[in-house]
Design a protein around this ligand. Structure first.
Ligand SMILES: *Cc1c(COP(=O)(O)O)cnc(C)c1O
Length: 491
């Protein structure tokens, strides 16, 4: 049998990656204006039958370069401002590629395992977390919230002398407390952990979309009186919808006075802490029992990197240990020797969360911090916050536009109001049409949301490739399309 079929071309990485790199550079420098230009070709590729015979790797690289990279969507475009999504910058991408073969998994005490821990410490330090909070990389914010809520579950049940990781929750009535702005991955976490979505209580927010701490206290007290076990209170440090930051100290006080776990969801907004103009809004951060951040959002890491910090990582081990495994026996020396392959498992991240085999994510975050430094990151976060403030202010200064929020961070929520004669329903419909035309006809790709009943166009500025000239061209484009739509004409 021909051995090359099993080890195809594996020694030509330098040459093949150079071709991929050139194609990626080209995509970033010349964003394709119409991702559906070559739709027939890539759809054809996506419908091919399973290959029966091997093919040279060059043919695969040809397809990557000519069809898949250019038609892989517009997330890396400078005007992609939808959701809380962006494409990675160069340093973490290069580090991810290096680690994919150089250190494919995070376990075992080796250079990249050690850097995994250091990068977590760096993140904690720059975002003002106390040194006792230890981190764990996850696949993103969804799983980070599940891990954090798993820690909260462990905490609440252990206080009653029970071990939910061992014995389950046995139908114990339990509750989580969130604001209406809270990301729905909290509901999913409650579902996954055996409590059900209906255990999540939505506490009303005030006019600034901040959770009402007085009503929060009332809700917890009522539950306790009714024999319900509170599991966690969740505060937003940068809600996805609007970027609002809850009063963290106030929420922490209400939670801790009742012995309840205090969680902060900073998946999007924790990096805002670097901007000293906003930093006072993070007052109380240090009181968190758990906190999450997604480096694959505002830090522009490659997709698939979240972090959960907890005040005591041993609680994660009690909540998530996979237990002993026979097949691991003998893999690692028990004499504490390190530095030789398979002599030390390194930090047992696989016992702290949902994943055993996991990529080396820390090196990608480490690469971002090495390349940009705290000052570079801070400058970019400030700039992105300035973008949102500029858009909100400019919208309020233009009688044909309106800003629905005063941005805490880098999300703006604006809408076209035209000559002021339209009803709210008409404006909702009109702005929907404007948004469809923006994403189909222009370089601007914001998403939308609803703020207090108003359908708004919602740019979230986390793209490292956005520029001031682009930001300045955005609202004039909204107004032009809005005027055309309001007049009932299309060009
Ligand atoms: C994006 C987001 C999540 C979910 O994170 P994923 O990485 O998309 O799984 C959770 N909470 C907040 C506040 C978010 O913005």
């Amino acid at each position: 049998m021909d051995e090359s079929a099993y080890y195809p071309e594996s020694e030509r990485l330098a040459e093949l990656l150079a071709r991929i790199g050139a194609s990626l550079d080209d995509k970033v420098h010349n964003p394709p204006c119409d991702p559906y230009l070559n739709r027939a070709q890539w759809e054809h590729l996506a419908h091919e039958p399973v290959p029966l015979a091997p093919a040279p790797v060059d043919a695969l690289v040809d397809e990557l370069v000519s069809l898949l990279i250019p038609n892989g969507g517009r997330v890396s475009d400078p005007g992609f401002w939808a959701f809380v999504t962006t494409a990675p910058t160069t340093a973490p991408l290069v580090a991810a590629t290096a680690a994919a073969l150089g250190a494919p998994v995070r376990y075992g005490y080796q250079a990249v395992n050690a850097i995994e821990e250091r990068s977590l410490e760096w993140l904690g330090e720059i975002f003002g977390l106390p040194a006792h909070m230890k981190g764990l990389y996850t696949s993103g914010g969804s799983s980070a919230n599940i891990v954090a809520m798993g820690a909260a579950r462990q905490h609440a049940f252990e206080a009653r002398g029970l071990d939910p990781a061992l014995d389950g929750v046995n139908g114990t009535p339990c509750a989580f407390y969130v604001s209406p702005e809270t990301h729905h991955t909290i509901q999913r976490a409650a579902a996954v952990l055996g409590f059900g979505r209906s255990s999540v209580r939505e506490i009303p927010a005030d006019d600034n979309l901040h959770i009402r701490t007085d009503l929060l206290a009332d809700a917890i007290d009522a539950d306790i009186a009714a024999g319900v076990l509170p599991i966690a209170v969740i505060a937003n440090a940068g809600a996805t919808n609007t970027g609002t930051i809850d009063p963290l100290r106030g929420v922490a006080t209400v939670a801790h006075e009742r012995g309840v776990w205090f969680h902060i969801d900073g998946a999007y907004g924790l990096p805002g802490y670097l901007d000293e103009r906003v930093r006072p809004k993070y007052d109380g951060l240090e009181l968190a029992d758990s906190i999450i951040i997604d480096p694959h959002k505002w830090l522009s890491a490659p997709a698939g990197i979240g972090v959960v910090f907890v005040r005591d990582r041993t609680i994660l081990q009690r909540a998530f240990t996979q237990g002993p495994a026979d097949y691991l026996e003998g893999s690692f020396a028990d004499d504490g020797r390190i530095g030789v392959s398979l002599d030390s498992p390194g930090i047992p991240y696989g016992d702290f969360g949902l994943e055993l085999t996991a990529p080396s994510r820390g090196i990608q975050v480490w690469a971002i911090l090495r390349e940009q430094g705290v000052s570079g990151l801070t400058e970019r976060i400030r700039r992105d916050n300035d973008f949102a403030t500029y858009v909100a202010r400019t919208a309020n200064d233009d009688p044909r536009l309106e800003s629905l929020t005063t941005p805490d961070l880098s999300v703006a929520c604006i809408r076209y109001v035209g000559d002021g004669t339209h009803s709210n329903d008409e404006l909702n419909e009109l702005n929907h049409r404007i948004h469809r035309r923006l994403v189909r006809e222009t370089e601007f790709l914001p998403s939308t949301t609803v703020v207090k009943g108003a359908y708004t166009i919602r740019p979230c500025f986390i793209s490292p490739r956005a520029t001031w000239p682009l930001i300045e061209a955005f609202l004039p484009t909204v107004v032009r399309i809005g005027d055309e739509e309001a007049a009932g004409s299309t060009p």
